[in-house]
Design a protein around this ligand. Structure first.
Ligand code: SAM
Length: 345
């Protein structure tokens, strides 16, 4: 492990290019695993620069693959880089990088969805939540099918201050399908405004820092790629449990073209839906005829605060799921139909 506070700068020695590494270790991209590699080191340098100042930082890179971003991180004068890669074919190439950067690169053959980064870095890095962010960064270009569920999981971790956020307000720089990057950062009223916009923005300062055209990747994906930077906020804009916020936001956006009262109504059992939805909107001071995309984070804050009070008053409310009620009603109707048929009606 490198001592922090050193002034010398580290550069990797001359190495085979990423393209040569891919040939050498026969690392053809597995299409079914959505492997698209970044070979242009100027571009990987740019991504890493955008992540912020990494001098003496402890960096967690998710899905390093053939190691393009990994090289740029190692050249950014970090204290330590820990990479977690699922596909064993990439380990020998990464090992070559580790040999070229003695004591700096730790390689884990594992799955980012289960890896416990909270146990991997020194305790001394931990900062109180209210302080400046710790010198711990997450960086990664993962398959889109992994990055979207992972960011939801990490946002929940931000809310609970656990997982990668036991160190404090750990910053993340991650790639997404461009459309998802736009949703994550969409402002109130914009076309891309969605569930992800609210979930990310109530917990973090979120910036779409770079768009990379699909042709920069090998093989070229169907879509362009957006790089998004997240810094957890000292004070979340909504101070309610993650699952409660998720429920309110999910229900609201399920009818994204309708007025917001339509989706919000699904938070309540059919028998008193109209009355409870009216009460929620009135107490939260939200215009029922706004569309979901027109609601700001502070509208959601009021809605979540009032819904929380309603849940405290009615202990069954939070567990209510309109899909379950629909299913039960359908089977009741079916039973009635069956009875009619049996009675020859
Ligand atoms: N970061 C490299 C780059 O930019 O060239 C590789 C990008 S490729 C889109 C995604 C990488 O993530 C692959 O190497 C793949 O094997 C790895 N990966 C996919 N799912 C993973 C998981 N659950 N845990 C760890 N690595 C994963």
């Amino acid at each position: 492990m490198a001592a922090s506070g050193t002034l010398s700068t580290f550069r990797l020695p001359p190495l085979p290019t990423i393209r040569e590494i891919i040939k050498l270790f026969r690392l053809h991209a597995a299409k079914q695993l959505s492997q698209n590699f970044l070979l242009d080191l100027r571009l990987t340098d740019k991504i890493v620069r955008k992540a912020g100042n990494l001098t003496n930082a402890y960096v967690y890179e998710v899905g390093p693959g053939p190691g393009g971003i990994t090289r740029s991180i190692l050249n950014a004068n970090v204290a330590e880089l820990l990479v977690v890669e699922k596909d064993s074919r990439f380990i020998p190439g990464l090992q070559m990088l580790s040999d070229a950067a003695p004591g700096k690169l730790r390689i884990v053959h594992g799955d980012v969805l289960t890896f416990k980064i909270e146990r991997a870095f020194p305790e001394i890095l931990k900062r109180p939540w209210e302080d400046d962010p710790p010198n711990v960064h997450i960086i990664g270009n993962l398959p889109f099918s992994v990055s979207t569920p992972l960011i939801i999981k990490w946002l929940e971790n931000v809310s609970c201050r656990d997982g990668p956020f036991v160190y404090g307000r750990t910053r993340m720089t991650l790639t997404f399908q461009k459309e998802v990057a736009e949703r994550l950062t969409a402002n109130t009223g914009s076309k891309q405004r969605s569930r992800l916009s609210i979930m990310a923005q109530y917990l973090c300062n979120v910036q779409h820092i770079l768009t990379i055209p699909g042709q920069a990747f090998v093989p070229k994906p169907e879509v362009d790629v957006g790089v998004v930077h997240f810094t957890p906020l000292v004070r979340p804009r909504i101070e309610q449990p993650f699952k409660l916020v998720e429920k309110v936001v999910q229900n609201t956006f399920q009818f994204r073209r309708k007025y917001c009262y339509r989706g919000l109504g699904m938070l309540f059992p059919q028998i008193h839906r109209v009355e409870s939805t009216g009460k929620l909107l009135e107490l939260a001071d939200v215009d029922p005829t706004l569309r979901p995309s027109q609601l700001s984070v502070s509208h959601f804050k009021s809605l979540c605060d009032v819904y929380r009070k309603m849940c405290d008053e009615d202990p069954h409310l939070f567990a209510y799921n309109f899909r379950e009620e629909l299913k039960q009603n359908k089977s009741k109707n079916q039973e009635k139909e069956d009875d009619k048929e049996r009675n020859g009606l």
